[in-house]
Design a protein around this ligand. Structure first.
Ligand SMILES: [Zn+2]
Length: 401
């Protein structure tokens, strides 16, 4: 086996071949077809990196996006080898939107299906699901609902060493397809690595009925890749951190696609929703390939996490990240006005007022953002904002007046 140095990592030839195939699969399928269906060969690639570190990529095996795709779930479970038992993690509202349908679909095929209703993504809920997994010795967990339910399903299944399937009912952020989970009650206020969903089934006929605010929030999480990829590049240059061009390009492509097609992202538009969903899934895959959240979470995410600490009742994750992106793009001297326009066209917030937070909280969040995750090198390390410069930044970008 020959080895070639690429971005600080030695990739065996076999990996390069698979990586190329997946690139073709993703770029062609994400753009075309009414129902997006990726049937990835089961693989977990481990590449031996410099200093004998392990670079592990865990990718979804089945990705289905489209109208009335929920009924495919039982066939997918069967194909993946889950025929005995399943635990459905759903929410108080989402159980009637999709949860009960999923339970019926799987029960009809003879599976022993239990369910748990969770209210929020806290460690308390994660432990409750874990206990249920142990008690029932269930084969697979299905997260049916918005981001919080999927996060609880993702983390609890990871901790119990069983796979999970993501069945989103909103398109509010890229956690629907990523290997990272955001759960409250951990020592740190940001996401942690968990596992990729084994399958993602996104039924647009269900998601299009959710509050449009969630979809606009998904748009905010997507434009944030314009600055998160910059931050990742910066960390590579300054700190010599691993940087993967493939993962970075995939994340960036999602942000560009959304900007290019911003006019179709509007309430009731299934085409706009599909675009957002496919882009969010691509971002999830980018994180799986990178083995970290770095391609999709930079200074704009640190701003959002910082704002979460200051404002108890802040806005949605993607909404805050979108506003953060406008300001971080200004620091990078990239087209922040274009990013703001994309958000405005999609109906996502671009100001403190639209986020429903105090102008002072925006300024404080900017100042404190670099303390949230000190090991993550971003533009905030270079700029070192104090109260005055942060206020100036928020004003010049129109976030506060
Ligand atoms: Zn995010």
């Amino acid at each position: 086996m020959t080895r070639e140095k690429s971005e600080g990592i030695y990739f065996p030839d076999t990996f390069k071949k698979i990586s190329k195939q997946h690139h073709i699969l993703l770029s062609s399928n994400v753009l075309n077809g009414r129902i997006l269906k990726l049937n990835m060969e089961p693989f977990i690639i481990s590449v031996i990196a410099l200093k004998m570190q392990l670079h592990r990529m865990q990718l979804p095996r089945e990705v289905v996006v489209g109208n009335e795709t929920l009924p495919l779930l039982s066939e997918i479970c069967k194909r993946l080898g889950f025929r005995e038992s399943a635990l459905v993690v759903t929410g108080p509202d989402t159980k009637s939107i999709a949860g009960y349908r999923v339970i019926d679909l799987l029960s009809d095929k003879g599976m022993d299906v239990n369910h748990l209703v969770v209210n929020s993504s806290t460690m308390w809920e994660v432990r409750a699901v874990e206990e249920k997994i142990r008690e029932l010795k269930t084969q697979i967990v299905l997260g049916v609902g918005g981001g919080t339910k999927i996060d609880v399903a993702k983390l609890s299944s990871t901790r119990q060493g069983i796979p999970f399937i993501s069945v989103p009912t909103t398109a509010s952020h890229d956690g629907i397809a990523s290997p990272v989970a955001a759960v409250k009650g951990l020592k740190k206020p940001f996401s942690m690595m968990a596992q990729s969903p084994m399958a993602i089934v996104a039924d647009t006929s269900i998601i299009v009925q959710s509050d449009y605010r969630f979809t606009a929030s998904g748009c905010g999480d997507l434009v944030s890749k314009f600055t998160s990829v910059r931050d990742w590049e910066l960390a590579h240059k300054v700190k010599n951190e691993y940087y993967g061009e493939y993962a970075a390009s995939l994340a960036l492509m999602s942000a560009r696609l959304v900007t290019k097609n911003a006019d179709i992202i509007k309430p009731g538009s299934e085409a706009g929703l599909r675009l957002i969903l496919e882009a969010l899934i691509s971002c999830g895959v980018a994180m799986s390939i990178a083995g970290s959240s770095k391609p999709c979470s930079g200074s704009e995410h640190l701003f959002s996490h910082s704002l979460d600490k200051i404002e108890q009742n802040g806005a949605l994750h993607g909404e805050q990240c979108g506003v953060g992106t406008i300001m971080m793009a200004y620091l990078y001297n990239i087209d922040w006005k274009g990013i703001r326009e994309t958000l405005q066209n999609a109906g996502a917030p671009t100001t403190a007022e639209e986020l429903g937070v105090e102008p002072d909280s925006i300024v404080k969040a900017l100042v404190q953002a670099c303390t949230i995750r000190p090991e993550r090198y971003t533009i905030l390390e270079e700029k070192r904002l104090d109260y005055d410069s942060a206020e100036k930044l928020a004003k010049v970008t129109g976030v506060i007046s």
